[in-house]
Design a protein around this ligand. Structure first.
Ligand SMILES: [Zn+2]
Length: 407
C-alpha cells in the first residue's frame, strides 16, 4: 500500500498536467487522486515523496518482439546459442523493459506464452505480457521461415511456437486455432512484405487473399482475439482494412490511397507506425532493405499526419528485437518529430495504447479504480519527450500497485 505525494501528474487521458498530486494506491488499484495537502490514507501506507518527478501511467508498447535478438538468420532460427541461453537472454530483456517504465507489452510474434506465465508466477519481473506467439502468413509471406538460399528452416519446431504458415480458408482457421491453443492473446498476421523481408516480397507485395483474410479475422474475433496486421502498402494494406483487422502495424503507405485513412477513422482501426525500426533499416547492409526503408520514410510521416487529422488513434510500438532492444520510449521522440504533440505521444504509449490492446478498462490512464501501473520520471515529458527514453530517469515503477523498480 503506497502513497505518492508531490508529483506532477499526467494521467494519460490527454488532460492537462496536475501539479502537486497525491495518489493513494490500495490493493493494486488507484484508490484516490487529490491535490496539495488533500487525500487520506491509513498510517500503515508507505508514503513516497515524488516531488520534482512526473507521474504517468505505466508505459505500453503495442508492438515488440521480446524474444528476437537480431536479424541474422542464425539468431532468427535459434542456431546461434543454446535455447536455454536464449531464453535467459529474453528474460533479461523482459526485466529491463519493466525497469525502463514499460508495464505492459504486446508481443507481435516470437514470444511463447511461457514467458507470460513466468511473469505472472513471479519467476521473473516483467511487464504484463500479451503475446501473438507467431506471425500468421501464407507461403512466401513474412511468417514463412525460408533462407535466402531457399532452404526451409530445418530446426525442429518448438510446440510452444507452432508453425504459422497458412494457405486457404480451412488452413487459416486451423492455424488461428493453433495459435490460440498455444496461448495467443492476439492474432498477428501479415498481408504484405516489409522492409526486411526477402527480396521479391516488398512493402507493397500482397499476401493472403480476401477469403483467407475474412476467415482469419472471423475466427480470431469469434474466439475473442483482436487482429494486429503487418501491412505496409499496396493492395495488401487495403485488404487488411477491408477485412476488419483491429490495428494496422507499420502502415507506411496509408497516404497513397485516399480512402484508407477515412476507413480507419470510421471503423476505429488503430495505427501502430513503428518508426524506430525503419531508422535502423535505413542503415542496413542489404541494399534492398536500405532502399525500401528510405523510400517509405516521407510516406510514413504523411500517413501519420493524415491519420491524426482524421482522428485515427496512433499508438506507439517499437518493433524491437531484430534491431536489438533499445529503450522502448525511443519511439516517442520520433512520433513527435512526425507530427504528434508531446501529449499525444504520451497518449500513444498510455491511454490510446490501452484501447488498442483492449485493456482500457484496467490500465492506460490514472483514474480511480484502475490498476496502479505507474511510473515516476525525473523531468517533464511535455517539455522534452526524450526523458522517457532515459532509463536512469525512470525513478519508480509500480505494476499492479507493487513497487517493482526504485532508483
Ligand atoms: Zn514486428
Amino acid at each position: 500500500m503506497t502513497v505518492l505525494r508531490g508529483a506532477m501528474l499526467i494521467d494519460g487521458t490527454g488532460a492537462p498536467p496536475v501539479r502537486d498530486a497525491t495518489l493513494v494506491v490500495q490493493d493494486g488499484r488507484i484508490e484516490s487522486i487529490a491535490t496539495g495537502a488533500g487525500g487520506s490514507w491509513p498510517s500503515t501506507h508507505e508514503v513516497i515523496d515524488a516531488s520534482g518527478l512526473t507521474v504517468l501511467p505505466g508505459l505500453i508498447d503495442c508492438h515488440d518482439h521480446l524474444a528476437f535478438h537480431g536479424y541474422e538468420l542464425t539468431s532468427r532460427w535459434g542456431l546461434s546459442e543454446p535455447g536455454s541461453t536464449r531464453n535467459v537472454r529474453t528474460a533479461r530483456v523482459i526485466e529491463q523493459t519493466l525497469a525502463a517504465g514499460y508495464t505492459t507489452v504486446r508481443d507481435a510474434g516470437g514470444l511463447d506464452m511461457g514467458f507470460r506465465l513466468a511473469v505472472e508466477e513471479g519467476l521473473i519481473r516483467g511487464p504484463r505480457l500479451l503475446t501473438a506467439v507467431a506471425i500468421v502468413s501464407p507461403v512466401g509471406g513474412i511468417g514463412d521461415r525460408v533462407s535466402p538460399s531457399g532452404h526451409e528452416c530445418m530446426v525442429p519446431h518448438d510446440p510452444a511456437l507452432p508453425a504459422s504458415v497458412a494457405n486457404g480458408v480451412e488452413d487459416v482457421r486451423r492455424v488461428v486455432r493453433t495459435m490460440i491453443r498455444a496461448g495467443a492473446d492476439v492474432i498477428k498476421c501479415a498481408t504484405t512484405g516489409g522492409a526486411s523481408s526477402r527480396a521479391g516480397h516488398g512493402p507493397k507485395d500482397p499476401a493472403f487473399d480476401r477469403d483467407e483474410m475474412r476467415a482469419l479475422v472471423d475466427e480470431s474475433h469469434a474466439q475473442g482475439r483482436k487482429v494486429m496486421c503487418h501491412a505496409l502498402g499496396g493492395p495488401g494494406l487495403r485488404l487488411a482494412l477491408e477485412s476488419g483487422v483491429d490495428s494496422v502495424e507499420h502502415g507506411c503507405y496509408l497516404d497513397e490511397d485516399p480512402e484508407l485513412i477515412p476507413m480507419m477513422a470510421e471503423r476505429g482501426t488503430f495505427f501502430t507506425p513503428t518508426l524506430l525500426v525503419y531508422e535502423y533499416h535505413s542503415e542496413s547492409k542489404a541494399p534492398h532493405v536500405r532502399e525500401r526503408s528510405r523510400g517509405l520514410r516521407a510516406h510514413h510521416r504523411a500517413s501519420i499526419q493524415r491519420a491524426l487529422a482524421a482522428g485515427v488513434r496512433v499508438v506507439a510500438g517499437t518493433d524491437a528485437g531484430g534491431h536489438g532492444h533499445p529503450p522502448n520510449a525511443g519511439e516517442l521522440p520520433l512520433l513527435v518529430a512526425a507530427g504528434l504533440t508531446p501529449m499525444q505521444a504520451v497518449q500513444a504509449a498510455t491511454g490510446w495504447a490501452a484501447e488498442c490492446i483492449g485493456l482500457e478498462r484496467e490500465i492506460g490512464t490514472i483514474e480511480k479504480g484502475k490498476r496502479a501501473d505507474l511510473i515516476a520520471v525525473a523531468g517533464d515529458p511535455l517539455a522534452d519527450i526524450a526523458v522517457l527514453a532515459d532509463a536512469s530517469r525512470i525513478r519508480l515503477v509500480l505494476k499492479d500497485g507493487v513497487v517493482s523498480v526504485r532508483r
